[in-house]
Structure formats: C-alpha cells, structure tokens
Design a protein around this ligand. Structure first.
Ligand code: NAD
Length: 478
C-alpha cells in the first residue's frame, strides 16, 4: 500500500521547495547570463525526465494495470504518446519562449525607450492530480512548471496508488530534488498543502467540488490558481448529418464515451439525437459496439471502474433508469472485477439520475430531440459551461447556432476528445469546468509571470522634462 507523507513533514517539504527555488535564483543572479544558464538547467531536467519516463515505460503500464486493469494499448494511446509529444514540444519550444518579446508599438511616449515582456518564473508551484489519467495529467503540468523555471511540489491521486508510487520513483531518480518534491496522500494531506501560504501557484486538476475548496483556500493567501475541472459534455447528433456519416459519428462518439471506461474529463457524457436519426442510431449502436468489442470476458483489455464506490454508483444509476440499454452482445458472465460493459442507454429524460452529475463511467445516455432551439435551452439550463462540446453536423448554420449558444471549455465538430492532444492549443474549462488553460504557449503563461521591462535612456530628458512641474499651460499644448 502507498506510504502517505506524514502530516507533520508537509510544511517543511514546502519550505524546502521554496528555499531550493530561492537558492537557484541566487545562483542565477551571480552568473553572467542568468537567462542562458537557467535555460540550460531547465532543459537538463526536462530531458532527464523524458528519458526517465521512457526507461520505465513498462513499469508505468504495469502500475496502471494494477490500479484499474488499464491495458497497455490504452495507456499508450491516451497517456504516454500525448505526454511524450507534449514534453518534446515543450523542450523544442523552450529556447524561443524564454526570450523576451520586444514590443514594437507602445505609443509615442515610448519611441525612445525599449519595451520588453519577460517571462519570469513564479517560485514554488503545487500540482494536484486526479486519478483518471494519472500519468499525463501529472507529468504534463509538472514538465510545464519545470520548463518555466519553477520548483514543484506534486500531490498525486491516492486512488491510483501503484502509479503514484512508480511515478514518484521515476521523478526522484530523474529530476533533481531541488526541482521536485512529492507529497503522497489523500484529503488530509492535500488540505494541509492548499492551506500553505508559501506556494506561488496552485495547478489543480480534478472535480468541480474539490476545485471550489482549492480556490477558496488559495484565495485566502492570494495564491493564483489554474483549475482544470469536470463537466457534463454533450454530443449533438443533428438532423443535418448524411446517413453515410452516421456510423462514423457514432464510432467517434463511442471513442470519447468508452476510452478509459468513460473515466475521462472530456468524455462524451450524453448524446442528443435528432428524432429523424433515432432509428438508424439504435441499429448502428448495436453494430458498432459489437465491432469494437466482439467478445468481453475476464481477460479482455478493458479498464475497470476506479473503486467499489464508483462501480456501485454507476450500477445504481443504471438500475434507476428505465430506458432501453444496448451493450456488446457477446459477453461472458466472467468479467474483470469492477468492470461495467460499455452501455448506450436510450430514451433517457432530463430528470433521470444519469443526467444529474458527470457520469464518469462507460454509460452514454441518449436523449431524443425534435427542436434544436429547445434542446439547446435544456443543455444551458441543466449543465451550462461543459468542459467540451461535440457537434456532429454538416450544416454550418446549425453548427454556428450551437457554438454561439453553448459556452464550453473546448469544442470539436465531427469528432470527440482529440482536442486534448493538440500540443499548441489551449486546453481548459470555462467557469464551473475550470479556469485558466495550458498546453503549448498557454502552459508557459500558466506557470510564468509576464513582466513588462522598460529600459529608459538618460539622454531623453529633453523630452521627459515636459512631465515635470511646474505645470505650465504651454506644456499641455506640446
Ligand atoms: P478529485 O477532485 O476527487 O481529486 C483530485 C485531487 O484532489 C486528488 O489528488 C485528491 O487527493 C484531492 N482531493 C480530493 N478531495 C479533496 C478535498 N476534500 N480537499 C482537498 N483535496 C482533495 O477528482 P478525481 O475523482 O481524482 O478526478 C475526477 C474528476 O476530475 C472529474 O470531475 C473530472 O472531470 C475531473 N478532471 C478534469 C480534468 C481537466 O483537465 N479539466 C482532467 C481529469 C479529470
């Protein structure tokens, strides 16, 4: 079982992280070219992290198998490959991003000055991670924080203990201890961390409920936060979709609904199907589920629910919903523990329990609609500001209407989930689904401060003197 960090040690770990950061700044300040030296230090840590992960890939895969029966294939596709891409993207772009940006046009007053924007590191950063993508959603922000020159304190999810332990081992052996410290634990340990006034930033990924607690604690110390939260992301299967594209639309929706057994922040949570498409959608659903899972048995490569509570909550919701359920037809009674077969459930109503919170399970609720205006109003009324919005349509007017009315963190037309993997596009939520974003240059913004640095020559006083007293009226007419 996972060893939690003793509560009485947490504050000194944070203090030490801050001291390490401070010592590094002192060292940099004494070098000839602090920015160039800093760049070298950061790149060294990032490269070492990258190879540390690569070298221990099999152990990571094994840990995820142990934590929730995740298959090697899924771990590569949804975590390791995007993570490697993102770390390499950060490394490739760091020399460019670390350069000050010269502002060419700052107005007439600054014609003789030099105006630059510098990215400066923040200090010691707390990264809190969720269970569902415990590698990607931990290492992605950690790599970005290091790239921006910060020291990191990382709090992994206690719900994936094997992965948390393996990643701690990899981090400790590949990244210098002045850059990374790990605090293992659950609610108590995290509560103590978020009360600590010494952090310069908190980057939190997890549920909206806990995000609110993190934001409140951080606000007491005016610590800036990035909150990557959850939401109930709708999929629109609209009237204006040619029959030949409907099967593709369902395959893409199911990829988003059932990867990681639906335990994905941007999963396809519910599907809004135009009534003219319902009959065909039902037929194709059965067909696609059987193509994706020709057989389900105890040895199948499928991810389980994270724990008994999540499993039971899903079974309860399924039992409470009257709608017509479609699952892969060929499944044995002998399934992996805590595994729920992918389920599409038709004839769901807005008031059903499946439509209350995020489902976070391999259950896709289907609501049928007739009138687009009405269904958009229902989406906004029930679950405004989802983390993602997916629209399958070939009518630009209809796409515009949905995108204008439903505000979401991200959006994809004719696919699901893949926006997370776009290395240089902002990923983040809006209001209840989070605030702030990261990836690419947005990661850089999340973990740096943009400081305006103006350098003023002394010889410009013949102009500058105009701003000084005495305030004679002829100075205004200049
Ligand atoms: P969670 O909120 O339960 O836990 C996240 C972290 O917070 C964990 O490290 C946990 O130890 C800590 N924590 C839990 N309760 C706490 C409390 N009361 N006080 C302080 N800390 C506490 O989330 P989870 O179940 O691990 O992850 C699933 C949720 O995260 C879903 O809502 C999902 O949508 C969301 N999520 C969002 C993103 C995103 O990028 N926006 C990504 C993945 C998951």
């Amino acid at each position: 079982s996972l060893q939690y960090t003793p509560l009485q040690e947490i504050d000194s770990i944070v203090a030490h992280s801050k001291e390490c950061y401070h010592e590094r700044q002192v060292h940099l300040s004494q070098t000839k070219n602090p920015r160039a030296t800093d760049l070298k230090l950061r790149l060294k840590e990032l490269q070492s992290l990258y190879f540390g992960l690569k070298d221990h890939e099999d152990e990571i895969v094994e840990a995820l198998k142990q934590d929730f029966n995740r298959s090697r294939f899924e771990t590569f596709v949804i975590e390791l490959i995007p993570l490697y891409n993102n770390i390499l993207h950060v490394i490739d772009n760091l020399p460019k991003r670390i350069q000050p940006q010269k502002i060419a046009e700052s107005g007439r007053m600054f014609k003789l000055s030099s105006v630059n924007v510098e990215q400066i590191s923040l200090g010691s950063v707390l990264v809190i991670s969720p269970f569902n993508y415990p590698v990607l959603l931990s290492l992605d922000p950690i790599a970005a924080a290091i790239a921006c020159g910060n020291s990191v304190v990382w709090k992994p999810s206690e719900m994936t203990p094997a992965t948390a332990a393996v990643l701690e081992k990899i981090l400790v052996s590949s990244v210098s201890s002045s850059w990374i410290k790990v605090v293992q634990g659950a609610v108590q340990e995290t509560s103590q961390l978020i009360k600590n006034p010494n952090f310069d930033k908190i980057f939190y990924t997890g549920s909206t409920r806990v995000g609110r607690i993190v934001a409140q604690e951080a606000a007491k110390n005016l610590i800036p936060v990035t909150l990557e939260l959850g939401g109930k992301s709708p999929v629109f299967i609209t009237e204006h979709l040619s029959p030949s594209n409907l099967k593709k639309a369902l395959k893409r929706t199911f990829f988003g609904a059932f990867s990681n057994s639906g335990q994905t922040c941007v999963s396809s949570d519910y599907m809004l199907v135009h009534e003219s498409k319902l009959k065909q959608v039902k037929e194709l659903t059965a067909e696609v589920l059987d193509e994706f899972w020709p057989q389900l048995h105890s040895e199948s490569d499928v991810t389980s629910m994270i724990n008994d509570a999540a499993y039971e909550k899903t079974i309860e919701k399924l039992d409470a919903t009257k709608g017509n359920k479609i699952q892969p037809s060929n499944k044995s009674a002998n399934l992996p523990p805590r595994f729920i077969p992918p389920t599409v459930i038709f004839d769901v109503e807005w008031q059903d329990s499946l439509m209350k919170g995020e489902n976070f399970s391999p259950v896709l609720a289907v609501i049928t609609y007739r009138d687009l205006d009405n269904v958009i109003e229902e989406v906004i009324k029930n679950h405004r500001n989802p983390l993602a919005l997916y629209v399958f349509s070939q009518d630009q007017q209809e796409i515009n209407q949905i995108l204008t009315m439903v505000k979401s963190g991200g959006c994809i037309i004719n696919d699901t989930m893949i926006h997370v993997a776009a290395s240089d596009a902002p990923f983040g939520g809006i209001r209840e689904s989070g605030h702030g974003s990261y990836h690419g240059k947005w990661s850089f913004a999340a973990f740096s401060h943009e400081r305006t640095v103006i350098k003023q020559p002394f010889w410009t006083d013949f102009i500058n003197n105009v701003r000084n007293p005495p305030y004679t009226s002829n100075k205004l007419s200049l």
